[in-house]
Write a protein that binds this ligand. Structure first.
Ligand SMILES: NC(=O)c1ccc[n+]([C@@H]2O[C@H](COP(=O)([O-])OP(=O)(O)OC[C@H]3O[C@@H](n4cnc5c(N)ncnc54)[C@H](O)[C@@H]3O)[C@@H](O)[C@H]2O)c1
Length: 432
């Protein structure tokens, strides 16, 4: 498949479409549906969810598909060739293995699983069935991150010396299901946001982390789980990285970027939410359903009402990414990257599809298609995902035991990853 910085070229023809189904049509999974339904190499054929309201809304929006009330029934559908697993974290292993054993290819949401033992069983199941397993939907698949890796590896500004990924969000104030607030079921900020930031760090730095030292923090009475972490990671070659996520919703990283304020909830709305949580009057279940498919705050509904024009990068939950090299730094610009060089700041403007956004989650779907249909490698394989999971679990262990944790299962990203991605040349830009 030919690919440009904007993703597949419109002239690309695909030998056939891959029929995909979705397991768990929630807030995260629902966000993937518009892409699944419109990417030319895919055909969205089915979904499964235990929630009847969600099933009904899914059928209203995608009447040419089928919907099931269990993942087992979805996996018994012989027309489904690949399953996107976006059920709650505690089901990732069970649902992925169910699909793999039924001969389906799988992309599993982050965290890939909630133990390394689960991750191993998933890798084994994929190996036995000869199907593709991708540890997916982390921010590392986003075009600006992939472009950042390309600039680093090009040597334009010398060797990578450090990576920092810092985020302040309102994650802890968003409506949550009980399992999202239970660390034993993969709830809380380290489980939910750690895989994004750590996967980004690994993709940018080559993959081979050596150790993790971290602290986590829990200081909100209404949500007695970790809403904060801060970790120092070291690569085998000595390159340092830091990841940080504060989900308590006071300051948000988006405030630092003038073009990134759209979508940030107002301070007034956050105060109201805080007060209702303190008073115990918030109906979280109803609130959360409003953000799922067909709800009044379904982001896909909002997107269709948004003014036309390309949507710029925003830090979203990932936060600010800063790659420091020997002779410069790299960070996100509204439509690409700022590359600070000896000759001053430059910008690489990434071409984006008409009506599209700089950040779209098509990377994992493209990798799925390429691996499942074209026989190319799955770079974010189960083994890659297990290495990210190892670092994420080590982060929590380090915080508990207050010591550095050495990692044992890291693998390198093969150098040919993203070989077809070509970047436009940088041009000078004023950043002050
Ligand atoms: N990558 C991202 O950017 C991103 C964003 C949000 C969520 N997520 C991931 O998506 C997953 C779900 O989180 P969410 O926020 O969408 O939560 P959610 O509660 O909105 O979605 C989970 C969905 O799964 C359904 N479900 C529950 N048990 C099920 C079962 N046994 N079989 C079938 N369906 C079942 C629920 O009814 C719900 O619709 C998590 O793994 C989370 O990490 C990823």
């Amino acid at each position: 498949m030919t690919q440009t910085a904007a993703g597949p070229t419109p002239t690309t023809s695909y030998p056939r479409r891959l029929r995909i189904g979705i397991a768990g049509i929630g807030q995260g999974g629902g966000g993937m549906l518009p892409l699944m339904a419109t990417m030319p190499q895919l055909q969205l054929v089915a979904g499964a969810d235990t929630n009847p309201v969600t099933r009904e809304r899914f059928m209203q929006r995608y009447p040419d598909t089928r919907v099931y009330d269990s993942v087992a029934a979805l996996c018994a559908d012989s027309t489904v060739e690949a399953v996107w697993v976006s059920s709650p974290n505690r089901f990732h292993c069970e649902h992925a293995i169910e699909a793999l054993r039924a001969g389906k290819h799988v992309v599993v949401e982050k965290p890939m699983a909630i133990s390394l033992e689960e991750a191993d069983r998933m890798v084994e199941a994929a190996g036995k069935s000869g199907t593709v397993l991708i540890a997916g939907h982390t921010n590392s698949f986003e075009l600006p991150i992939r472009a950042m890796r390309k600039v680093i590896n090009s040597g334009l500004i010398g060797r990578l010396r450090a990576v920092h990924v810092w985020s302040y969000t309102d994650w802890m104030l968003r409506a949550r299901t009980p399992d999202e607030l239970d660390p034993t079921q993969g709830g809380g900020i380290p489980w939910r946001q750690g895989p994004h930031q750590i996967d980004v760090v690994r993709v940018l730095g080559g993959g081979l982390l050596r150790s993790v030292r971290a602290m986590t923090g829990a200081w909100m009475r209404e949500r007695p789980i970790a809403g904060y972490y801060n970790a120092f990671l070291e690569f085998e070659d000595g390159t340092p990285a830091t990841v940080l996520h504060n989900g308590y919703g006071y300051f948000r990283t988006g405030e630092l970027f003038p073009w990134a304020r759209e979508g940030l909830r107002s301070s007034q709305e956050l105060s109201t939410i805080r007060k209702s949580m303190r008073a115990g009057t918030r109906d979280e279940q109803a609130d959360k359903q409003e953000f799922r498919i067909g709800g009044s705050r379904d982001p896909n509904r909002r997107t269709s009402e948004a003014p036309a024009g390309p949507k710029p990068w925003t830090p979203s939950d990932l936060g600010m990414v800063l790659a420091t090299c020997e002779r410069g730094d790299i960070r996100n610009s509204p439509f690409g990257l700022y590359v600070y060089t000896d000759d001053g700041p430059m910008e690489i403007t990434l071409p984006i599809p008409e009506g599209g956004a700089v950040v779209e989650h098509r990377g994992e779907l493209e990798e799925l298609y390429d691996a499942a249909v074209l026989g190319r490698p799955a770079y974010h394989s189960g083994v890659w995902g297990a290495a990210t999971l190892e670092a994420c679990i080590a982060m929590m262990q380090s915080a508990r035991e207050r010591r550095e944790i050495m990692l044992q299962r890291q693998i390198a990203m093969p150098p040919d990853y993203d070989a077809a991605l070509e970047l436009p040349p940088p041009h000078p830009v004023a950043t002050e």
